[in-house]
Design a protein. Structure first.
Length: 527
């Protein structure tokens, strides 16, 4: 059953937005988002025959309205988001009605990237603000007339984002920018202005997004966390949104208590800029709720995922797409495998598929069409085109389409007259070379024999005993003193030991010197 508002069949519907999108980090942008979040009217469904009767100008406008409908689909509730919405609504309402001066409990919303944490929290906060303003209108003399100690601008909800490089000054600037309040001259003055602005504008809920950008190994980030703890003393409900909060260092060594269904955390060790008492206070006063993706491992999870797909396909405006386009056949399993059950990735894949289906003229979503779409998470910008991958704002998942299996290699048929062995599949698949022969072999090294190792002389290169000069062999200084590199006398009879290296060369390698053998000594005569 569709939850879309009723459509006017013939009335012209303005579907284009003029100007930039509302900036929720400013009061004016937040109020515009609150007033216009559900004002978009989708194009009505028509048949292909009715589309063919339109003029070219009306066809162009209708296609443009269809494209606007596909990128502005209504945000659907999931079983996981309903848990977060219920807890956040009850926590904000109870704290808003508390009269005593006690410190208000906060809320931490945990989850992965692209799972709709920010949108769920913002829409829940806008619903509370609508209800809160309706109550104020019933007693205008108490709430809308000038009150001592407050400003004319009432802001029940304030939203800001943690800077990428968080510092106490940067967080104070983000809070003051929402109200348009002036900065202080120093850190103490900025903290005082931020606290006074929250109190003077009657703010009940303060949402701080991307809280896991705080890196607890940096001293500035620890000081920023101390500032957030200090805001707990104000009459405001803190809602912190982040990715993987239990492992971010904000709440260390946390475990789940199945008896109370709460997270229990050990106290932090003493650091430079905060103490264990302050961290224990944060752990005790914040509840942690997790927004998980769809689960496809159970029957209840599969049914919830298919119900979500049915709600999405009811908003599709393709001419050839009917009931069951996304919820029947192999499509649910394919979409879950591509997106891992993450709502943001599923929305992005379907939007890109719808655009491609309209441009190609297919007018339907098929698996082959979605295989051509790559979900590039790097080109999805956040505020000011900034997304901190180290903080987990970009999920580390595989979104690539499944590669098709290659066709098996065909084995050629045996020709007439060929042997049976040459046509077997084993023979066609066997390697040409022995795998052992393809292994890397050690490189051979040339080893020279030392000069004191004699080898038998070659017959063609024997030394003439009557020669007065001793030749030096090619392979080294055979028959020479290894210490002085001089020829040795043979037995004191004036004949040197024959050199097995041959009869080449009669001079020393030093050049210009000749060696002559004499009895009991070796003399060098200058050449």
């Amino acid at each position: 059953m569709s939850t879309l508002p009723p459509e006017q069949p013939n009335a012209p519907v303005p579907f284009l937005r003029f100007g930039p999108r509302p900036d929720r980090t400013r009061y004016e942008g937040w109020q515009e988002f609150r007033r216009t979040r559900d004002l978009f009217v989708p194009v009505r469904k028509i048949s292909l025959a009715e589309y063919g009767l339109m003029s070219p100008r009306k066809k162009s406008l209708h296609d443009l309205h269809r494209a606007a409908t596909h990128v502005n689909m209504q945000m659907l509730d999931t079983p996981m988001s309903e848990v977060v919405t219920t807890l956040m609504r009850s926590r904000i309402q109870n704290n808003a009605m508390r009269i005593g001066p006690s410190t208000l409990d906060g809320l931490m919303i945990n989850g992965g990237g692209y799972q709709g944490k920010t949108e769920t929290a913002c829409r829940t906060a806008t619903e509370f603000e609508d209800t809160w303003r309706d109550l104020f209108e019933q007693y205008p003399e108490c709430y809308f007339d000038p009150m001592p100690g407050t400003r004319d601008l009432i802001a029940p909800v304030a939203y800001c984002q943690t800077p990428v490089k968080a510092t106490p000054i940067g967080l104070c600037e983000a809070i003051l920018d929402y109200y348009g309040a002036p900065y202080g001259k120093n850190l103490r003055g900025m903290i005082r202005n931020a606290r006074e602005s929250i109190k003077a504008h009657a703010t009940t809920v303060l949402i701080i997004d991307d809280i896991t950008r705080l890196k607890m190994h940096r001293e500035d980030d620890q000081d920023t966390l101390d500032l957030i703890r200090g805001l707990m003393d104000l009459d405001v409900t803190l809602v912190l949104i982040g990715v993987n909060i239990p492992r971010s260092g904000l709440l260390r060594e946390g475990w789940h208590d199945p008896r109370t269904n709460q997270w229990v955390y050990a106290p932090l060790k003493k650091g430079k800029s905060y103490n264990p008492d302050a961290s224990t206070q944060t752990e005790r006063r914040f509840d942690l709720v997790t927004l998980d993706p769809f689960d496809y491992s159970s029957d209840a999870g599969i049914a919830a995922f298919i119900d979500h797909l049915v709600g999405v396909e009811n908003q599709i405006r393709l001419f050839n797409a009917g009931p069951g386009t996304l919820s029947q056949g192999l499509m649910p399993e394919y979409l879950y495998r591509r997106t891992h059950g993450i709502v943001g990735l599923l929305r992005r894949l379907i939007e890109d598929g719808l655009t491609k289906a309209m441009e190609s003229g297919l007018e339907n979503l098929t698996i082959d069409l979605l295989d051509e779409i790559a979900i590039n998470l790097g080109n999805v910008p956040g505020k000011d085109d900034i997304r901190d991958a180290e903080a987990g704002e970009i999920p580390d998942v595989d979104t690539a389409p499944q590669l098709k299996a290659k066709a098996a290699r065909k084995i050629p048929k045996a020709r007439k007259g060929a042997t049976r062995f040459s046509t077997t599949a084993a023979h066609l698949r066997r390697p040409r070379h022995d795998p052992a022969s393809l292994a890397p072999q050690p490189r051979p090294t040339r080893r020279r024999n030392p000069c004191w190792l004699h080898s038998p002389p070659r017959p063609s290169q024997r030394h003439d005993p009557g020669a007065s000069r001793i030749p030096f062999g090619v392979d080294g200084w055979a028959g020479c003193d290894p210490r002085r590199r001089l020829p040795l006398a043979a037995g004191g009879h004036g004949q040197a030991t024959p050199c097995p290296g041959g009869t080449r060369g009669t001079s020393d390698r030093g050049g210009g010197r000749q060696i002559t053998a004499r009895p009991h000594r070796a003399s060098i005569r200058s050449g």
